[in-house]
Design a protein around this ligand. Sequence first.
Ligand SMILES: [Zn+2]
Length: 64
Amino acid sequence: MGFRHLTVQCQCGAAYERREVRIPIRDIGSFDCTDCGARIEIWSGKMVPLFVRVKTPEDTRRRA
Ligand SMILES: [Zn+2]
């Protein structure tokens, strides 16, 4: 039991915390990076990912 928290890093340097939620009906959707527009994930089913941005490309550049 418990949520899996994953961090997904985009090619542009933005990072997203990814969690999954179960919804009552099937859903088809996709998530694109809010900074560069790259496709992060496509899903189809009752487990739908939610993405919360935890790092911007600027954050990544500062740390590097
Ligand atoms: Zn990006």
